[in-house]
Design a protein around this ligand. Structure first.
Ligand SMILES: Cc1ncc(COP(=O)(O)O)c(C=O)c1O
Length: 392
């Protein structure tokens, strides 16, 4: 066999491997695990969306290559309409490109902009794709610390001027995975000013755009003044409508940024099955996922109330479906995750997997397989109370 490309050695070690091994061992022993690990909606895609797919799939027009420039124009028009309805920002389809999920868009954006040695500004902790793909493209991630003191928003003024001047991309992700943090529009305004000053392209990953609680609707960076000059945003149906497996989303924003991303993409992928993209566009304008949101809301309150009864002092997250929990005294994120798994049969993700600064935390996802109405959350809290010694 030929030797694999050296760039693959740049992929950081798979930190979840040890947890995956313990999970498999516990399952093999027949242990009842309560899984707060995976960030994948446990509820099915709403039935009207599935019915619509069936109708779209019967249309032979959807069966061929999509030869459009940036993705099925019907989908892009529907997505543009949704964007206007949701944010009051008018966009045209030449400011958009279809994505096969936001992961794909984030990855290819790195390849479209990063040459060897180029810098991308990336939060730590963060969803892993921007950092890994910057490394694979030969670039240098400059990590912006997200700390509780800064409400898990990067302090842009702390970035050294020479780094900001040399950087090309600024990655943001609000609502944030893994911290559950949100960004006020004022922060997006600051980020846009910063990007203009240093000639950067911002990419805000908005995968959790529609997962908000108590009436909170996360803003888009494109609502910030002048954002269209320097920013793009990635959107996805994955979490909005429990459609992670369908692989559909879009990027929207600065025309040059979108065209550059599409130049890379059009030489790699052939877009998405049009029955899926048209169904997705229809869903954006017509479907509701209120039942799933109500379930996350219930679990969110039960989990935070339960953890606080054990000694934590946590606020309810306002958006997304992650709870970011500081580990008790004497633990790292990995040792605490192991203890919860081995003693309580409760699976959480060690924060170290999202960056060095995640090490003081574990992440719990509100997407709990097998939970109907918070009963598995209550059971997890009971088991932790009875089996794990906690000191704060
Ligand atoms: C912050 C963030 N961005 C992007 C993605 C990937 O989403 P998609 O299914 O749209 O590729 C995820 C998935 O977990 C995520 O948490």
């Amino acid at each position: 066999m030929p030797v694999r490309a050296k760039r693959l050695d740049l992929i950081p070690p798979y930190l979840f491997g040890e947890i995956a091994r313990l999970k498999a061992a516990a399952r093999a022993e027949g242990k009842d695990l309560i899984d707060f690990g995976i960030g994948d909606p446990d509820q099915p895609t709403p039935t009207p969306i599935i019915d619509r797919l069936y109708e779209e799939a019967k249309n032979p027009e959807t069966h061929c290559y999509d030869e459009s420039d940036a993705g099925d124009p019907i989908f892009l028009k529907q997505a543009a309409q949704w964007f206007y309805n949701r944010y009051g920002v008018e966009v045209t389809t030449d400011q958009m490109v279809l994505l096969i999920g936001s992961k794909e868009g984030l990855a290819h954006l790195c390849w479209a902009y990063i040459d060897p040695g180029d810098i991308a500004l990336i939060p730590d902790p963060n969803y892993t794709v921007p950092k890994v793909q910057t490394l694979l493209a030969g670039g240098q991630p400059y990590l912006m610390p997200l700390t509780i003191e800064n409400n898990f928003l990067p302090d842009l003024t702390a970035i050294p001027t020479d780094v900001a001047k040399a950087a090309k991309l600024l990655f943001l992700n609000y609502p944030h995975n893994p911290t559950g943090a949100i960004a006020p529009l004022s922060f997006f305004n600051d980020a846009v000013r910063f990007a203009k000053e240093y000639d950067l392209l911002i990419c805000n990953d908005c995968a959790y755009a529609e997962v908000g609680y108590d009436g909170y609707q996360p803003p888009s960076i494109l609502q910030a003044e002048g954002a269209m000059d320097v920013a793009i945003e990635t959107h996805s149906l994955s979490k909005t409508f429990n459609m992670t497996g369908w692989r559909i989303g879009f990027a929207v924003g600065n025309k040059e940024g979108i065209t550059t991303l599409n130049r890379m993409k059009s030489n790699i992928d052939s877009k998405q099955f049009a029955a899926i993209s048209r169904t997705a566009g229809w869903a954006l304008l017509n479907a509701s996922n209120a039942d799933t949101l109500a379930l996350y809301d219930l679990r969110r309150k039960r989990l935070i109330d339960g953890l606080n009864s054990l000694g934590w002092k946590l606020d309810y997250p306002k958006a997304g479906f992650f709870v970011w929990i500081p580990v008790p005294k004497g633990y790292t994120s990995m040792t605490f995750a192991k203890v919860l798994l081995e003693k309580a049969g409760v699976l959480v993700i060690p924060g170290l997997g999202y960056g060095e600064l995640g090490d003081g935390y574990v992440r719990m996802s509100l997407t709990i397989n097998g939970d109907k109405a918070g009963e598995r959350v209550d059971e997890a809290i009971r088991r932790i109370r009875e089996t794990v010694t906690l000191e704060f």
